[in-house]
Design a protein around this ligand. Structure first.
Ligand SMILES: Cc1cc2nc3c(=O)[nH]c(=O)nc-3n(C[C@H](O)[C@H](O)[C@H](O)COP(=O)(O)OP(=O)(O)OC[C@H]3O[C@@H](n4cnc5c(N)ncnc54)[C@H](O)[C@@H]3O)c2cc1C
Length: 597
């Protein structure tokens, strides 16, 4: 079994020659730290992690998938091989890598831990999500917003892997529409009590859960929300729990109920739980009323995490396809020598390297933001976050689909891992904000910049990062063509907006209304796809300036960005294809049914 760090040339080049460690090291280790010395220690940590993950975790991945979640005697638990993985990660100190040093962790920057997350996702997507959502995410939230008491209680035990948590936001009626949540938090006798139901909660069978609940009675939408920590087990008279069910722990009662774990075809080892809160005792996490702010920070971080998960899965599919295509002989030659297969392999390789380039950039921005930085860095991170999530997940699916095709009939056989990679990839465009939600976020921000500076449509466009990018040669011309096509597309949509009476918008007079924005919303995913490809090409282009061997990757990414931009521009200018008429029909239908009721 390979070392996933030392035996992945693109990952090693990224670590050794791409990342600006001189900028990262002072952030976490102080400005007097020895950069070379620190980086050599981090490299050693990643080598150890690569060895363990590439051998032990990868070896158990198929079993984790086959066994899925264990449901016995009304309880939900993770399987023995997944437990073994988590134990191994804890023993090596890998669970607590990103936790602060004075709370039982190693205090490593996100730029370093991103490598570990990618390797874990490559080996086993279920283990990666268990590590991320049961340990890292709750720890980050508690560290950011928790009291000293909460930090002391949870962080060291999480770092050692002794307890696990979860983050519960989604409800049966509140998925993408988080503001529709109805779980309440009320104060009774000086204690906060949670009532409601949460759905699809990863690792919800753990020891505690961070819950987003409505704490201001009568509030609506994203106002009046707060975060709370609820322990699964609390002290009580023996034998009885909050729902009147016999407990399985002496002297403890169950403070909320893990009702069930879903049966699913993707990340099968990860328990996706329904939780029921009835009179659940909880402690506020952070300030009351600041729940949306807290959960947004969690979501932004975990969206980059899902992008990295996509990268790890795509890397696994790429390596499997490269290996198979070199061995499988059809019509007297290895199938990789057939042009269509060769083209697929090159495209997959470019996608994986491009996604990694985008992620490394986002990770460095996140480290800068976490250590307090200027608004422009925070804005660049905000611009990249939905693109990392969108591109990481959509392209993971696309790459796995290609790998499956390259495997032919063997691709659908469970003996080979590509079918597992395909199944695991399919969760990434759904959780932590679907691809459509990422597209709406990306396009809304683009619109905001555009309305602030409409004159940018006469030059490089509203994204300052893209407008400033400049590259030489044919690849540079392809990049510039992709960017001009995007600007041309935005100009067309904006002219349409102005024609609809929105001229005052362009003068900064008011915000556009929903109807005026419809063409942007309809095309949000096309615009996002184009944007993501151009950013990927830009990120690889920047790398090629420092690592000349990356020039062919940049050239392929820039060419692809140009073609994607042109395809989407054509589709957008071809009009709405009757979508709005159909929506109007459905709206009329809904209104008339409502009036008949
Ligand atoms: C395996 C798994 C693990 C999960 N883990 C967690 C967890 O740990 N914690 C947690 O809180 N949640 C978790 N979730 C929930 C997850 O984040 C939601 O499933 C996701 O946000 C989508 O919500 P939904 O399923 O209700 O779909 P909906 O919001 O109902 O969306 C259905 C479809 O409509 C589209 N759509 C919705 N609104 C719009 C719009 N305005 N414009 C265009 N399209 C739109 C969506 O993109 C999607 O295609 C998990 C889900 C799964 C499946």
């Amino acid at each position: 079994m390979p070392n996933y760090f030392l035996e992945n040339p693109d990952l090693l080049t990224t670590f050794d020659r791409v990342v600006r460690w001189d900028e990262i090291v002072p952030l976490s280790e102080g400005k007097d730290a020895d950069v070379a010395d620190t980086v050599s220690t981090w490299r050693e940590v990643l080598s150890v992690a690569g060895e363990y993950i590439g051998s032990e975790v990868a070896k158990r991945a198929r079993q984790v998938d086959e066994l899925g979640v264990i449901r016995e005697g009304g309880t939900v638990s993770i399987s023995a091989p997944l437990q073994e993985n988590m134990k191994g990660l804890a023993e090596l100190g890998l669970i607590g890598l990103s936790f602060p040093k004075d709370h039982g962790g190693s205090g490593l920057p996100f730029t370093v831990t991103a490598f570990v997350i990618e390797m874990l996702a490559r080996a086993c997507a279920s283990t990666m999500i268990q590590n991320g959502i049961a340990y890292t995410a709750p720890a980050a939230m508690i560290f950011r917003d928790g009291s000293d008491e909460q930090k002391d209680k949870y962080l060291p035990a999480l770092a050692r892997g002794e307890i696990s948590g979860a983050v519960a936001m989604t409800e049966p009626e509140a998925g993408s529409d988080v503001g529709n949540l109805s779980t309440t938090a009320t104060q009774r006798d000086g204690c906060w009590i949670i009532d409601g139901r949460k759905q699809f909660i990863s690792a919800g069978n753990g020891d505690f859960v961070i819950v987003l609940a409505r704490s201001a009675e009568g509030s609506k939408g994203l106002e009046g929300l707060s975060l709370f920590v609820a322990d699964r087990w609390v002290e009580s008279a023996p034998g009885e729990n909050a729902m009147g069910v016999q407990t399985t722990r002496p002297g403890k009662r169950e403070n909320y109920k893990v009702e069930r774990a879903e049966h699913k075809f993707t990340i099968r080892g990860s328990p996706t739980c329904s939780l029921v809160f009835e009179g659940t005792q909880a402690m506020p996490l952070g300030e009351i009323g600041q729940g949306w702010r807290g959960i947004t920070r969690f979501m932004n971080e975990s969206r980059i995490g899902v992008g990295i998960q996509g990268l790890g899965i795509a890397q696994a599919a790429l390596v499997a396809a490269q290996d198979y295509a070199a061995r499988r002989v059809q019509m007297d030659k290895p199938i990789r020598e057939h042009p269509m297969i060769a083209e697929m392999l090159l495209e997959m390789e470019t996608t994986v390297a491009g996604l990694r380039a985008l992620i490394v950039e986002a990770a460095a921005l996140q480290d800068a933001v976490m250590h307090g930085t200027d608004d422009s860095t925070a804005w660049r991170l905000r611009e990249l976050t939905p693109l990392v999530k969108w591109y990481g997940s959509e392209e993971a699916v696309h790459t796995c689909r290609r790998a499956l095709q390259i495997f032919g009939g063997y691709g659908v056989v469970t003996e080979y891992d590509v079918e597992r990679h395909m199944r695991d990839a399919l969760i990434t465009p759904i959780y932590e904000g679907t691809s459509q939600i990422q597209s709406l976020m990306a396009v809304r921000d683009l619109m905001r910049s555009l309305l602030r500076k409409p004159q940018s449509l006469l030059s490089g466009g509203p994204s300052t990062t893209l407008a400033r990018a400049k590259f030489d040669g044919d690849a540079g011309r392809d990049f510039a063509a992709a960017r001009s096509t995007l600007v041309w597309t935005l100009r067309g949509l904006t002219t349409g907006l102005a024609r609809k009476g929105g001229v005052s918008l362009l003068r900064g007079g008011r915000q556009p209304n929903d109807e005026e924005l419809q063409p942007f919303m309809l095309n949000a995913e096309r615009i996002t796809e184009t944007l993501a490809h151009i950013h990927v090409a830009r990120a690889l282009g920047e790398q090629a300036k420092r690592v000349p061997e990356r020039a062919p990757l940049f050239a392929r990414a820039a060419r692809r960005a140009k073609l994607v931009a042109q395809r989407n521009a054509k589709e957008i200018s071809a009009g709405d294809g009757g979508v709005f008429e159909r929506i109007a029909d459905w709206e009329r239908d809904r209104t008339s049914r409502k009036s008949r009721q």
